[in-house]
Design a protein around this ligand. Structure first.
Ligand code: AMP
Length: 216
């Protein structure tokens, strides 16, 4: 039976970093909706062009486009054993759609780790974040420097600062998170799936907390 884990939490809390580690550790696919949109933008697809107009403003891409993109991704064979979902769902409509699409494949959301951190920590982390151009690996000026400045340790590609990580966009994205995504905390809490995790701890400690709660 496949396992589907939804990582919830504000932008910059470490969902991407943890999703990558967890996916490798427990052998599940890592689905990042933000990475999928950025890939579409890089490949100049119609979806990428549409998504860019919302991402550039720090707004959410409309539900129908986002849901269709995830539905396509979840059908890939690497998701047969399940996936860690990072950045999706972000609205109650997306959460309902996820439940329906997983049910079609005979699955369900099994656990929802909710990673928390104070707003000032999030802002600081986002503004220090550098992302690898090839595969989206994440570094941070203060907490996880690459071995060689500006170069990804894993694939050697260039590191860049995402446009929407620049200071002017960060408060908008946090506002959008509180308004549109926060309702999912209660949504999953009432289903008994929410597992709160302190995201202000060192990366390794967050990972070990997540792994121990997911094993239960
Ligand atoms: P992220 O990489 O998760 O921070 O996402 C970057 C941007 O992609 C967001 O600010 C949104 O514009 C868009 N995005 C990512 N995931 C979603 C989603 N589930 N629903 C709508 N928009 C999304």
């Amino acid at each position: 039976m496949a396992t589907f884990i939804v990582l919830l939490g504000p932008p910059g809390v470490g969902k991407g970093t943890q999703a990558e580690i967890l996916a490798n550790t427990i052998n599940l696919a890592h689905i990042s909706s933000g990475d999928l949109f950025r890939e579409n933008m890089k490949n100049q697809t119609e979806l990428g062009r549409l998504a860019k107009s919302f991402m550039d403003k720090g707004e959410l891409v409309p539900d129908d486009l986002t849901i269709a993109m995830i539905r396509d991704r979840i059908k890939h064979p690497d998701c047969e054993m399940g996936a860690i979902l990072d950045g999706f769902p972000r609205t109650p409509t997306q959460a309902d759609a996820l439940a329906v699409m997983l049910a079609e494949f005979g699955g369900k959301v099994d656990a929802v780790p909710y990673i928390t951190a104070d707003e000032n920590v999030i802002v600081e982390r986002i503004s220090g974040r550098w992302t690898c151009r090839a595969q989206g690996h994440i570094y941070n000026e203060k907490t996880s420097l690459p071995k060689q400045k500006g170069i990804c340790d894993i694939d050697g590609s260039e590191l860049y600062q995402r446009d929407d990580d620049k200071a002017t966009m960060v408060s908008k994205r946090i506002h959008v998170y509180f308004e549109q995504t926060m309702p999912l905390v209660e949504y999953y809490r009432t289903k008994g799936l929410l597992i709160e995790t302190d995201g202000m701890q060192p990366v390794e400690k967050v990972t070990s907390d997540l792994l121990s709660t997911l094993k239960k």
